[in-house]
Design a binder for this molecule. Sequence first.
Ligand SMILES: Cc1cc2nc3c(=O)[nH]c(=O)nc-3n(C[C@H](O)[C@H](O)[C@H](O)COP(=O)(O)OP(=O)(O)OC[C@H]3O[C@@H](n4cnc5c(N)ncnc54)[C@H](O)[C@@H]3O)c2cc1C
Ligand SMILES: *[C@@H]1O[C@H](CO)[C@@H](O)[C@H](O)[C@H]1NC(C)=O
Length: 608
Amino acid sequence: MAPHTIESNYDLIFAGGGTAACVIAGRLSKADPNLKILILEAGPSTKDKLEHIRPGQYRMHLAPTSKTMQFYKSKPSEHVAGRAVVIPSGRCIGGGSSVNFMLYNRPAASDFDDWQTNFGNKGWGSKDLIPLLQKAETYEVDPTRKTHGSSGPIKASFGANTKMMEMAKQFLEIGPKFEKDRPESEEGNNFGSESVNVFYRMPKYISSAGRRSDTAHHYLYNSESKNLSVFDGTRVKRVIFEGTQAVGVEYVFDKQVYPDAEQTVHTVRASRLVVLSAGAMGSSLILERSGIGAASILGKFGIKQIVDLPGVGKEYDDHPFLITPYVVDANTETTEALSGKDPEQWSKLLRQWDTDGSGLMGGNGVDAAIKMRPREDELEELGPDFKEYWEKIFADKPDKPLFWLSALGGFPGAHSALPPLKFMALGCFLGYPASRGHIHIASNDIYAHPDFDAGFLSHPADVAALVWGYKKGRELIRRMGVYRGPFAPLHPQFPGGSPAAAALAESVPVALDAPKIGYSKEDDEAIATNIRNFVATTWHSLGTCPMKPREQGGVVDTDLNVYGVTGLKIADLSIPPANVNCNTYSATLAIGEKAAIIIANNLGIEGV
Ligand SMILES: Cc1cc2nc3c(=O)[nH]c(=O)nc-3n(C[C@H](O)[C@H](O)[C@H](O)COP(=O)(O)OP(=O)(O)OC[C@H]3O[C@@H](n4cnc5c(N)ncnc54)[C@H](O)[C@@H]3O)c2cc1C
Ligand SMILES: *[C@@H]1O[C@H](CO)[C@@H](O)[C@H](O)[C@H]1NC(C)=O
């Protein structure tokens, strides 16, 4: 039996019901309650489920058996020591916003301006998008702050837990004392250069009542009108066309969500518009199955080409993330309790959260950070591999940091067999990696793994940048009071006798003015090897259907229309034509709000 009864005709169909789709559908449905909207989401419903409301349960969603996450396995690559890195991606109503780590970071103004200026996307500059980020949020930290919002659906705050984790407190305290010209600031998210090279307290996509602020509950479920239909466990196979006009989609009931459902392919028609919002991993695959992409790829699977768009899935982008563990004093509170391995601790956290939304269960364990950019006098330290990339991307854009750096409140412990010690971790992700991967269909089977290469570290500039990140972070962390030494087995294997190797044996903090660790060329190579061994995703997949001119490999135009057809748009994180230095929920909100306005304009709907 079919799990849902879906009508045969709607005005608007969304393929994918993730972060951006919920924003757009919510806005449109509110402005025009007569609009018949259908959302088809492959993953399960999230409505009123505590695991999508209690922030501290974010780690659960990453468990290998998780039903709310899709795990995309990259092909093994020599650039990451032969590993096949796995990129988890949200798979439920609300998408990434319902399972992510809730770190609040906004991009540099020049990131949006680059989309506009370098790729001819009028209306997508910072002057257009910053007001939309304000529209989306209520900044509970201080709603009167410049560039923040005071009445949007998405809440951002420090959580109900106003106590910072000890490692974050010390990071904020020691950082500005140790780092020359890198002071503490109240605001690390103001889009300009004043938010670069400052130590700041991390806001979260968590309300001051201690609840996750996802787009499903805050745009969609709360404004659900009878004409807005959202179905879980429905997986879109492809878009169907009459000539070059998109007229609907084919879908099946997802066998992971509804194991008993028949795998019959159903059709539903859209009289006005089909919107792909299946995320950077999903949208390009739907396009290829629909006959839009490179002939060489479609041909392999006997798919008739409708539009030749070789840019589909061609440039996979993300933020490579290095997480390196350090031991902390045994009395320090860490996020280990959120693993749920200790049932007693877990129920204690639940009880505290039930009372007032506070405690570890109401947070994410990431309380302080810096968006770091090398100063002129530090550029030398990054070496020759990096120089050219610096000139190209950063030199004349002072609002672009090189990476985000933080002392995380625990070590997620993907590496199972850890001794019973307490950990913090240095987290460092690159804002604008030079490396690119790809994602394409590898079969006609819609459940099959795609041909996916994350591309991590295929460009030497990225390795050079992370080597520098490791060093900068290590110097800072070894000055913090909670520090009890690096967790050596997961640090670089420095050649014996080098000062860097000796420092791995540290077990207490060093003085603020202690000499910095010196690194030889061999030491640098050991760090690079460690990075190749451990680099992972920041879960920020993007750019697989870029919004740029068709002759440059673009897939959608400035109004998000797929080139060469009518009635088909893409609206999600597959459209950025260049990376953004932020945790990408914010950029996705901007895209969602912008897409809602564009679609409303196209359809003659007012009041979005
Ligand atoms: C584990 C994790 C942690 C993260 N942490 C943070 C963070 O701390 N801060 C931050 O700012 N950002 C974070 N992000 C990133 C952020 O959440 C994403 O960038 C953002 O949610 C992307 O939104 P989207 O709308 O493009 O895609 P998504 O939200 O991923 O939505 C796409 C949806 O489409 C569905 N779909 C795919 N294919 C099909 C199909 N064929 N048919 C039907 N449905 C389909 C998927 O199931 C999914 O629900 C994190 C992401 C993850 C996964
Ligand atoms: C749904 O749309 C119809 C017109 O198509 C309209 O009459 C009705 O009021 C709408 N329902 C809601 C709940 O807005």
